[in-house]
Ligand binder design. Sequence first.
Ligand code: HEM
Length: 188
Amino acid sequence: MCVATDRPTMDELNALPYLDCVVRETLRLHAPVPATGRMALRDDIVPLAEPVTDTRGVVHETLRFRKGEMRFIPIVAMNRDVEIWGLDAMEFIPERWQAPIPGASAIPGIWGHMLTFLGGPRSCIGFRFALVEMKALLFTLLRAFEFELAVPIEEMGQKGTAIVQRPIVITGREAGNQLPLLVKPVAR
Ligand code: HEM
């Protein structure tokens, strides 16, 4: 991170391309809100991008909504779909953001061609703040400290609350949310 200040402005943080790739990839693979739902306010028929064959073999080219019906929006599943992101969809690869991702461009998310902050009129109003907050924290902490997991990665899991996901240690669920880290000052 070649920035000539310890206190970068928002514009200076946003001008760091690799930091941007890391934030995008983190929010793709580990969307804090994994899913949500919406209720249809009126009957409607929505065209599908690709025809879908249901379990009875019937091919559908549209999706029918009836007023009052709920629809599940699988944010994490879409953020990790191999048909959109490629066979390495489950891997953390910030470099994938260095070029346009053709499959993702049709996703109607408010940010980043993904649904992490959802889309449409009730999408996240705090997304710009969240992004710059993440960048400021990473910029400050990674220049000062080295972080390492304090438990084997296999012991880490995640627990969904009503809305967001949080880390837990699988063998210590009763301790609640936690992410044990070893933190060392960066050797200069
Ligand atoms: C990484 C951080 C964040 C993520 C992933 C996130 C994600 C989301 C998502 C998916 C929704 C839509 C939920 C739904 O309607 O089912 C939402 C709504 C909302 N978010 Fe965020 N959010 C984040 C940070 C923030 C921050 C920092 C703020 C405020 C400063 C904020 C304020 C809101 C508000 C007020 C809504 C409701 C908007 C509405 O219903 O019109 N969010 N967020």
